[in-house]
Design a protein around this ligand. Structure first.
Ligand SMILES: *Cc1c(COP(=O)(O)O)cnc(C)c1O
Length: 429
């Protein structure tokens, strides 16, 4: 049976794994192992020269991490994946094959605050240039293109603003320019949205969030959707011209459709070094097994809580694309018909001070900087995750001073509503 014949739930349980050949162990073993014995000297040399696949050293590949990579590629209907130590590492490993000094990315201004800081400040150290544009008008991406633009980067469902990017026209703009569209799909997960079906070429994840789902393992991943032809020597010399350190091997020539993913391992992980830990890959695989079940409950609870808060006397606005009043409701129906995730923001009538009081008054909700945990979470972005941004950037990212971010978990939904009502009453008093 071909892989594409299996349903999402089946792939979430089985893709990339089989009972352990050595022991019959049914769960994926944790290969807590840095290095692997070579058969002989020729075998060692051919592994190092990328002449045959195999395990050398866990900074490059590890059997437990490889299962996670295959599973994520299958869930995304992609050809390959590179797992990384974190979502932020995934963003660097995603861009490294495409970028050289002076190259340029057009990115959405509605990215996760940490991504705006990473791309706007630290990328400059590589001389990678990034322009941020309002993603709600797709033409803005075209206007920002330069001759040295090598990718467009967006979140399809943005953290925390709840903005949904119209992927199809943005993908068309990228492809007209001969560059890939990269989509950070952390907030939706492949269960709610497969960006590749709408023209995205590369998908990145912070698996730290819903994919692992229990707040126990940092991780990230880059998935190649197998739609983009990287064999353009002028534009993507790292992939399409000879690599001196591999004796003049050209990735696109030698590895065909796997060139991008193999570069992620053989150069990205090798030289930047953010390999995912086997233990974290194991924990993340445990999470993925129940991803479809969890996401169904996340979105059902989020919809109920959002509807309850909409029109609540202490609340000025609820920004959730699952509400008909949201300007992004139609795009949500198109791109994530099961539901637009379970992270959303509310604007409090009481402003900044009410926000601070609310996060201190909740009991079930945990006040912390994460999303996508099975447990419900609450945060005041302006004083935390988005604190390093300018006021203007905060407003652009949907993190104004009166905004509270909720990540709705899997608890009994009536308990969540009671907790919020009690805390909102305290914050208003
Ligand atoms: C958390 C997050 C990241 C960064 O991921 P880490 O695993 O924390 O490095 C990137 N993008 C989005 C949308 C996120 O929510």
């Amino acid at each position: 049976m071909a892989k594409e014949d299996y349903g999402f739930e089946t792939l979430a349980l089985h893709a990339g794994a089989a009972p352990d050949l050595a022991t019959g162990a049914r769960a994926v073993p944790i290969y807590q192992n840095t290095s692997y014995v070579f058969d002989n000297a020729d075998h060692a040399a051919s592994l190092f020269n990328l002449q045959e696949p195999g395990f050398i050293y866990s900074r490059l590949t590890n059997p437990t991490v490889a299962v996670l990579e295959e599973r994520l590629a299958a869930l995304e209907n992609g050809i390959g994946a590179t797992a990384t130590a974190s979502g932020h590492a995934a963003q660097i490993i995603a861009l490294l094959p495409l970028m050289g000094p002076g190259d340029h990315v057009v990115a959405s201004s509605k990215l996760y605050g940490g991504s705006i800081t990473q791309m706007g400040h630290t990328f400059k150290k590589f001389d990678w240039q990034v322009d941020f544009v309002d993603p709600t008008v797709p033409e803005n991406f075209r206007k920002a293109l330069r001759p040295k633009t090598k990718a467009i980067f967006v979140e399809c469902l943005s953290n925390p603003g709840g903005v949904i990017v119209d992927l199809e026209p943005v993908a068309a703009i990228a492809h007209e320019a001969g560059i890939p569209l990269i989509v950070d799909n952390t907030m939706a997960t492949p269960y709610l949205c497969r960006p590749g079906a709408f023209g995205a070429d590369i998908v990145t994840y912070s698996t730290t969030k819903f994919i692992s789902g229990q707040g126990t393992a940092l991780g990230g991943a880059v998935v190649d959707c197998d739609s983009f032809d990287f064999n353009q020597p002028d534009k993507f010399p790292s992939l399409a011209t000879p690599a001196p350190e591999y004796h003049g091997l050209t990735f696109t020539e030698t590895f065909g459709n796997l060139a991008y993913t193999l570069y992620g391992h053989a150069v990205g992980l090798r030289d930047i070094g953010p390999a995912q830990q086997p233990m974290n890959a194991f924990l993340t695989l445990q999470g993925i097994e129940t991803l479809p079940l969890r996401m169904d409950r996340h979105i059902a609870n989020a919809q109920t809580v959002a509807e309850h808060l909409d029109g609540h006397p202490a609340i000025a606005a609820v920004h959730y694309a699952g509400l008909k009043s949201s300007p992004f409701h139609a795009l949500a129906r198109k791109y994530m018909p099961k539901g637009p995730g379970s992270v959303f923001t509310v604007s409090l009538k009481g402003g900044f001070e009410a926000g601070r009081k609310l996060v201190e008054s909740v009991e079930l909700f945990s006040h912390l900087a994460n999303i996508g945990d099975a447990k419900s979470l609450i945060l005041h972005p302006a004083s935390t995750t988005h604190n390093q941004l300018t006021e203007e950037q905060r407003i652009a990212a949907g993190a104004s001073p009166e905004v509270i971010r909720l990540s709705i978990g899997l608890e009994t939904v009536d308990d969540l509503i009671r907790d919020l009502d009690r805390a909102l009453a305290k914050a208003a008093a």
